[in-house]
Design a protein around this ligand. Structure first.
Ligand SMILES: *Cc1c(COP(=O)(O)O)cnc(C)c1O
Length: 395
């Protein structure tokens, strides 16, 4: 492994050692199937799952009975959005979302379009914010669901989901929020909100990969989701299949640790993030993408104009950050989020996302600042675009 400074915590977080500790017995002695509660092995596993549900519910401000475990946020998004569409399409086929959502959400929407859904993708301003007025205008008779993320994974922008949920409730439209990046990072409670559905993922808050959850609000008229995974009748028939007990117990422990540390941790990380930003902005033509007050405390997306993010990353192999272009498919498509907030392709490709986490130290951040500053300075000295900019030919 070459990278030694990990500033890519929005992609995934390392497992907290205390979480691993919690999981180990469920990988060894407590291996029972939580559905087999006729014997002690099953009962022990079922107790682990139940405790985890309580811990997660406490973090979310929900009731344990409102939580369904999944394999992660992608599955929970599929379960929520397809589940609502297939169950309520008799009442309407219109879904409202926005252009800066995670690909998991956007891909589900384009799939549903082929199945007859009418999708509105709201525009955002140059910070990534949506106008509540635009949501109001977009709601029509056929609207069955509004889906907007709590915090953006690329820029950290936070949407006012409480207000959006109120607005949707007033109009009798279900509201789902992908809260994957916010849960465990900022104070947020479902209590006193009208959010109907919410998803999160353990590996984004120091838990293991392979565990996530969907919150489904218990109301007088329960929300009916068409199940996506049939078989076995687990989790009230909403999601079949034997539960991933070790990962689920890890998720519960991770939720507990977040609840205990959230205030202190978010203040510390904001301090480090602000230091990183102030230091890097000393470089010319360096701009934070998507500022504004409502932003995750540990995230910074910065464009270093006239060079490419990949060039910086190639120069600094010991630093793990994320470029403003999708390298997932082997191509370098500029980020759809950065394009939606008004960057041109070159500026999107010049952008790097820094996402700090629990185990980052001040010394690591200082080293990252030093490495980036050096790399950007060297790359620009070799960049024809930078020369043209300096000569006043381009701006
Ligand atoms: C990571 C992420 C997802 C996908 O989560 P998985 O658990 O990896 O499937 C969905 N939405 C957002 C905002 C994310 O950051």
């Amino acid at each position: 492994m070459q990278a030694s400074i990990y500033l890519d915590n929005n992609s995934t977080t390392p497992l907290d050692p205390e979480v691993l500790e919690e999981m180990l017995p469920y990988l060894t002695t407590a291996f029972g199937n939580p559905s087999s509660i006729t014997h002690a092995f099953g009962k022990e596993a079922a107790r682990g799952v139940a405790q985890s549900k309580i811990r997660l519910a406490e973090l979310l401000g929900a009731d344990p009975t409102e939580i369904i475990f999944t394999s992660g946020a992608t599955e929970a998004i599929n379960m929520a959005v397809k589940g609502v569409f297939y169950r309520y399409q008799g009442m309407g086929n219109h879904i409202i979302t926005c252009k800066t959502e995670h690909k998991a959400m956007l891909d589900v929407c384009s799939y549903l379009q082929k199945k007859g859904a009418d999708i509105t993708y709201l525009n955002v301003d140059d910070n990534g914010a949506i106008e509540l007025e635009d949501i109001k205008k977009a709601i029509k008779k056929e609207t069955i669901l509004v889906s907007l993320m709590l915090a953006n994974n690329e820029t950290g922008l936070i949407h006012p989901v409480k207000e959006i949920a109120d607005l949707c409730a007033e109009r009798g439209v279900l509201f789902f929020t992908d809260a994957t990046q916010a849960i465990g990072k900022i104070e947020f409670s479902l209590r006193n909100t009208k959010v109907d559905l919410l998803c999160c993922s353990a590996h984004k808050f120091y838990g293991p990969k392979g565990a996530g959850a969907l919150f489904i609000r218990k109301t007088k008229r329960p929300i009916q989701l068409e199940p996506m995974i049939h078989g076995g009748g687990q989790q009230n028939g909403i999601r079949g299949g034997t539960l991933n007990v070790p990962a689920i117990t890890g998720m519960g422990k991770a939720a507990l640790l977040c609840r205990q540390n959230i205030m202190e941790e978010s203040v510390r990380l904001k301090g480090l993030r602000d230091h990183l930003e102030e230091s890097l902005l000393r470089l010319e033509q360096t701009v934070v993408n998507g500022t504004g007050v409502h932003r995750l405390p540990h995230v910074s997306n910065i464009r270093f104009r006239f060079i490419r993010a990949e060039q910086i990353m190639a120069k600094i192999r010991s630093l793990a950050v994320s470029p403003g272009s999708a390298c997932s498919s082997g191509s370098t498509d500029p980020s759809h989020v950065l394009m939606a907030i008004g960057l041109d392709k070159e500026d999107a490709r010049a952008s790097l996302r820094f996402s700090l986490g629990r185990f980052n130290t001040r010394a690591e951040v200082d080293e990252a600042i030093r490495l980036i500053t050096h790399a950007v300075t060297v790359l620009r000295s070799e960049s024809p675009a930078w020369t043209l900019y300096k000569d006043g030919v381009i701006s």
